[in-house]
Design a protein around this ligand. Structure first.
Ligand SMILES: N[C@@H](CCC(=O)N[C@@H](CS)C(=O)NCC(=O)O)C(=O)O
Length: 355
């Protein structure tokens, strides 16, 4: 059997396996997409469409959530808005598509979305065999466990033979299995495709615990009927660095998204924000001039306007502003910045030079 016949023969199997696995196998669809993209970059397609199609969760306050007014907000949403600001000078030129954990990778592979900006952990297999290209990390997280306060559960060991709710197609499902196996703790996994069903099952008491990224547990706790009745254990099951992703094989588009994300971090590092950007218009600092596009052609070199970073700061703000607006002390989430602080302040956020 030649390679092509083999791929055709196993394609249905790969698709059916994907229904309940974390990774969606890279089938023929992706190579078709890549072939098309080889002739025309998604950057040019998005520019001529005049609107960005952004894949988000839509179910996660602080990251991506649809309010009662139908408006989207959150850190992941602001990444979509930053891309639209850079390309069109219009942060609202975005069509959002809600994608659950299982749907998200297929949506990128088939070009249903231009970019995935959705609490997605950057992993080796997703980067190398699922057909994704990751942009820089926008949020460093770790996996945690939430239980009822009155359950007496304090550690993973207390979850012996207990039912634990999680969502299919996530790193969380696998990390839980790894950690319990490593420690030899038997448990009953209850795995759901729909995040709302997972939390509803936990609230009904059919699960003793729910496991997910800590940011997600904190976020979802805010919308539980009685948030004060639930605690998040100190246990850390894994590292979960979230990054936006685009389809593999289109470096022009991937580069644009990459440097748009870096510009959020660089703006904070340079102290430029949505309130003070005008003061920097006549700056003599060559780095600031290049960054804001008043000197040089950094933007043009990658198919963006030279003032792309200025557009982003003006409409969406720098990383720190985005963080504070969506996750900071004035929000219900009140998530300490910790590792999501700039490298100059002891965190992990770093942007390579704009030159
Ligand atoms: N960061 C993890 C988990 C991301 C994830 O999808 N989490 C689920 C909950 S455990 C979620 O956000 N669901 C929301 C949705 O389906 O819209 C990953 O990339 O696999």
């Amino acid at each position: 059997m030649d390679k092509k016949t083999l791929i055709l023969a196993i394609a249905p199997l790969l698709v059916s396996l994907s229904a309940c696995s974390t990774e969606v196998a890279n089938t023929g669809n992706t190579s078709n997409t890549q072939a098309t993209q080889a002739t025309r970059s998604r950057l040019d397609i998005v520019k001529s469409r005049g609107q960005l199609i952004c894949g988000v969760s839509g179910e996660l306050p602080g990251f991506s959530f649809v309010g009662s007014d139908g408006k989207y907000s959150g850190l992941d949403v602001d990444v979509c808005r930053a891309i639209a600001a850079a390309l069109f000078d219009k942060p609202d030129a975005v069509e959002y598509r809600n994608l659950n954990a299982k749907e998200r990778f297929t949506a990128v592979q088939t070009s249903e979305v231009d970019v995935l900006s959705r609490n997605t952990t950057f992993t080796l297999s997703r980067d190398t065999s699922v057909g994704l290209e990751f942009a820089p990390i926008v949020f460093y997280d770790g996996q945690g466990i939430m239980v009822r306060k009155n359950s007496g559960i304090k550690t993973l060991a207390d979850l012996k033979d207990k039912a634990i709710c999680t969502q299919t197609g996530t790193t969380n499902e696998q990390n839980l299995a790894d950690q319990m196996r490593k420690r030899g703790i038997p448990y009953k996994p209850l795995v759901f495709e729909d995040v709302n069903t997972a939390y509803a099952t936990y609230v009904q008491g059919r699960c003793d615990a729910v496991t997910s990224d800590k940011s997600q547990l904190i976020s979802r706790r805010t919308i539980l009927p009685k948030p004060e009745e639930h605690v998040i254990l100190d246990e850390n099951l894994s590292s979960e660095p979230f990054a936006p992703a685009v389809a593999d094989g289109d470096s022009k588009w991937a580069n644009a998204v990459k440097w748009i994300v870096y510009s959020l971090i660089k703006a904070e590092e340079l102290g430029i924000n949505s309130q003070n950007f005008a003061k920097f218009a006549n700056s003599n600092d060559p780095e600031i001039k290049r960054f804001l596009g008043t000197e040089g052609n950094l933007g043009q070199g990658m198919g963006l306007p030279n003032d792309f970073a200025l557009r982003i700061i003006k409409h969406v703000g720098n990383y720190g502003e985005i963080y504070d607006r969506n996750l900071g002390p004035k929000t219900k989430l009140n998530f300490p910045r910790g590792r999501n602080q700039l490298w100059t302040k002891g965190g992990l956020l770093f942007s390579p030079p704009f030159r």
